[in-house]
Design a protein around this ligand. Sequence first.
Ligand SMILES: *[C@@H]1O[C@H](CO)[C@@H](O)[C@H](O)[C@H]1NC(C)=O
Ligand SMILES: *[C@@H]1O[C@H](CO)[C@@H](O)[C@H](O)[C@H]1NC(C)=O
Ligand SMILES: *[C@@H]1O[C@H](CO)[C@@H](O)[C@H](O)[C@H]1NC(C)=O
Ligand SMILES: *[C@@H]1O[C@H](CO)[C@@H](O)[C@H](O)[C@H]1NC(C)=O
Length: 384
Amino acid sequence: MARFTFTVIVVLCSVSSFVMVNTQGIRRSSNRNDTKQLRFDKKKGEFRILQVADMHYADGKKTPCEDVLPNQVAHCTDLNTSAFINRMIQAEKPDLIVFTGDNIFGFDAEDAAASMNAAFAPAIASKIPWAAVLGNHDQESTLSREGVMNHIVGMKHTLSELNPYDVDVIDGFGNYNLEVYGVEGSNLMNKSILNLYFLDSGDYSTVPSIPGYGWIKPSQQFWFQQTSKKLQKISKAPGLAYFHIPLPEYAYFDSSNFTGVRQEGISSASVNSGFFTTLVGAGDVKAVFTGHDHINDFCGKLTGIHLCYAGGFGYHAYGKAGWSRRARMVVVSLEKGALGEWGAVKSIKTWKRLDDESLTAIDGQVLWSQHSSGSRRKKPIHRG
Ligand SMILES: *[C@@H]1O[C@H](CO)[C@@H](O)[C@H](O)[C@H]1NC(C)=O
Ligand SMILES: *[C@@H]1O[C@H](CO)[C@@H](O)[C@H](O)[C@H]1NC(C)=O
Ligand SMILES: *[C@@H]1O[C@H](CO)[C@@H](O)[C@H](O)[C@H]1NC(C)=O
Ligand SMILES: *[C@@H]1O[C@H](CO)[C@@H](O)[C@H](O)[C@H]1NC(C)=O
């Protein structure tokens, strides 16, 4: 992601408006009303999440593709990004679609609202619930970050929220959580057994002495911590976290300990905000999913938490010609009791699909399973 210079953008984005806090309560409830509670599917005892990272949508059929093979240039536009979403929906039948930021590439979008309407149209048409967070490019068109998130929150079938209604001050726009309830009719039907956290990882630093990208601020971490604590009192549900900019800890891996590829640097903030430590301390989050670095697509495990990229999805996003655009799936499966009744979460699996002729699935891995956790506690390395 080092392709775009910070200098210009920092000026544009330092318009931080913490004024409009807490206006979202009404919208949240009215919005929630037309979308049913997320819950595990009764037939398969599964919950399937499609992650779409970095669509970089601009103006639809007028917007050309980046980094495709010379023979692909002529017939490639944003519409190829839309077609890929449709193919993924058909192939994977997700229960939730998560867009992890840089949904639009603001610099090239004439009208942010129109661009978002087009970008999310396939999800809306599918009537599948969807959730989005912001990246660092979403606010570069005609709307501010707050404006973009507000627009998203008002769209059909989305479960996105501007910010938690019960928190007075929180940095960013698009911090919220979603609960996935147990199978209808089961003992866990009224309980969240899978917790999803969505955070705004910001765009660029607004602190003059700190260069580079934004980070998850203490106010957001505090909200996460409180929410996780509250939810864990109700049940020991595993959690998943989705945001845009990778944590500095993504740089702790090499090909010996990740699945997937690393073909560019890890474009985190230049400071470590401590969110990884906060996640480890909270204990429920088993995996983190980001985008931002389009040609990295790995998952690696550190201190019990998987750190995963999805790999770039959008055709107007930079990429690597000949290296397919891709998407990440997560499938959470329930355990089945002796009488055939569905229980709590048994395992969390992931894989990616490439936008090639057969939507090739690659890099399948188990991120977490009930039976291998708990008992296995690694000793800390003591280096004297
Ligand atoms: C949902 O809609 C109904 C009828 O329109 C209303 O009475 C109810 O308060 C709404 N519930 C929420 C949570 O917004
Ligand atoms: C983009 O879509 C067009 C029209 O369906 C298709 O002919 C072309 O092969 C696609 N390009 C890529 C790179 O997928
Ligand atoms: C769940 O809540 C519904 C509605 O309040 C109730 O009828 C049902 O008995 C509850 N089921 C369980 C297992 O708690
Ligand atoms: C991955 O392996 C490298 C050595 O190849 C090591 O330096 C690094 O600490 C390992 N990372 C993790 C997260 O285990």
